[in-house]
Design a binder for this molecule. Structure first.
Ligand SMILES: [Zn+2]
Length: 193
């Protein structure tokens, strides 16, 4: 099944390790405003729609606070797991929406039930992908790489299909990487890897 990895804890660990690596890089660079040292100040999170037991790594969004008394500003590094303050993992929503045309109605219904997704939630995400994302700075900066143009009405599935990874997991990671600038408003910088 194309979404089998949603039930594997290794998938969630994999994304967590990427977030950890991004966060480590951000912490090493220090405060983007004053260059001060960054102290750990993770945000508590209760993400929904995960198919396997959690080990606690998803109960926080990695974040820092500047240690400089005159600054004290927040630095929340980008994430491949959390899109802003939204409670559903970006990867889950991308896959469920991308599967809209490929799964039988019953199978899709069962998956949505297992993920604890409300129809309204899915519909809001569909709107985000088809109305908000196409107008975002992030997409405007990247759209030129996709020729012929991707049909916004088919987002995110059509976009996922344009990546060149060997399998669905690789293509998903490429799409999550493209989304990275949209996952935070309190950090800017370049990332390695
Ligand atoms: Zn600072």
């Amino acid at each position: 099944m194309c979404h089998a990895f949603l039930s594997e804890s290794s998938f969630y660990q994999f994304l967590f390790h990427i977030d950890q690596d991004i966060a480590n890089q951000a912490q090493l660079k220090g405060c983007v405003h004053c260059g001060g040292r960054l102290h750990v100040a993770h945000y508590p999170r209760k993400p929904r729609g995960m198919l396997c037991t959690r080990d606690g790594t998803y109960e926080s969004r990695l974040s820092y606070c500047c240690a400089n008394d005159h600054c004290r500003r927040r630095c929340t590094p980008p994430s491949v797991r959390f899109l802003g303050r939204k409670v559903y993992l970006s990867s889950i929503i991308i896959l469920v929406l991308a599967m809209e045309h490929g799964l039988s109605t019953n199978r899709r219904k069962r998956l949505i039930e297992r993920l604890d997704l409300y129809p309204q939630t899915l519909s809001r995400w569909r709107q985000w992908w088809r109305r908000v994302f196409p107008n975002s700075h992030c997409w405007q900066a990247n759209r030129g790489y996709f020729i012929p143009p991707v049909d916004h009405a088919q987002f995110p599935g059509a976009l996922l299909g344009r990546f060149t990874g060997n399998d669905l997991l690789q293509r998903l990671c490429q799409l999550l990487h493209l989304l990275i600038p949209m996952t935070t408003t309190s950090w800017s910088g370049s990332l390695k890897g």
